[in-house]
Design a protein around this ligand. Structure first.
Ligand code: NI
Length: 150
């Protein structure tokens, strides 16, 4: 599956995505295509609307630039807990080329999601991973990092 990266002001980046309710080979192909597009663009996260697919799925590999790849796929993600402590940090977005912005976000979150088999997973994220999962989850509701003012 070859996917084209969408950039602002493409309206697909502003739509609210629909839950994924079908788990199978097509979803796996979408996730693989999204990961390939993310690595090709030298990114560490990519959400489905960024390739014009209006489904609640994003991919992330927070550490591949430092070593081996560790691709992760998050389907129907929900933030179940956010640290009351927030901090400002710089974020880049593959859909907003060459325009990093400062965003204040909780420093840690817990996330619940489904995997490619439809099984529910939950995990805790801090550091860069916490920032990344919040940024990518925002994309599923049409929210861009440039919407935050700090
Ligand atoms: Ni982004």
């Amino acid at each position: 599956m070859s996917l084209t990266l969408r950039t602002v002001p493409d309206p697909v980046l502003r739509a609210v995505c629909k839950p994924v309710d079908s788990f199978g080979p097509a979803l796996r192909a979408l996730a693989d295509g999204m990961l390939a597009a993310m690595y090709d663009a030298y990114g560490r996260g990519l959400a489905a609307p960024q390739v014009g697919v209006m489904k609640r799925i994003f991919v992330m590999d927070a550490t591949w630039k430092d070593g081996a790849r560790s691709p992760q796929v998050f389907i129907n993600p929900v933030v179940t807990w956010a640290d009351p402590v927030s901090e400002a940090g710089e974020e880049g977005c593959l859909s907003i080329p060459d325009a990093p912005c400062m965003v204040t976000r909780p420093v840690a979150v817990r996330l619940a999601w489904q995997d490619l088999d439809g099984d529910t997973q939950e995990g805790a994220f801090d550091g860069f991973s916490a920032r990344c999962v919040q940024h990518e989850r925002d994309h599923l509701d049409g929210i861009l990092c440039t919407d935050y003012t700090t």
